[in-house]
Structure formats: C-alpha cells, structure tokens
Design a protein around this ligand. Structure first.
Ligand SMILES: [Zn+2]
Length: 65
C-alpha cells in the first residue's frame, strides 16, 4: 500500500479484480435512450442479446447493443 493512498474502494486483491473482470467479459450495454444498463434478452423473455427493461424508457423491450 502506497503511503497516502487512502482509497478504500481499492481494497480488493488484484487477483479478485481480474476474476470479476473475466465475469464481466460480456458486458451489458447501456440503453442509449435512458442510460440504464440493459438486461440480457433471456431475462426479459426476448430473443435478443440485450434489451432495455426500463418501463419509463421509450425503447423498453427493444434491443440494446
Ligand atoms: Zn432504455
């Protein structure tokens, strides 16, 4: 730990961060209409990779990529 590096958000070991990065390899896109992270299409019953699931979004249920 570097003196003065008081960043508590950086307390994960590097190996753990790498593993999380691997899990996030297939990163969910952000809906360009509402800015909400899209859900996998399977999670919302759609045959798409990712879809917006924000009920307030004009593009809800549409494919996001
Ligand atoms: Zn949206």
């Amino acid at each position: 730990m570097t003196p003065g590096a008081g960043d508590h958000s950086d307390d994960l070991p590097a190996s753990e961060r790498l593993r999380q990065d691997a899990h996030a390899e297939r990163r969910a896109p952000i809906c360009r209409w509402c800015g909400v992270t899209a859900l996998p299409g399977a999670a919302v019953g759609l045959a798409v990779d990712f879809a917006c699931d924000n009920p307030d979004c004009p593009a809800v249920g549409e494919r996001v990529r």
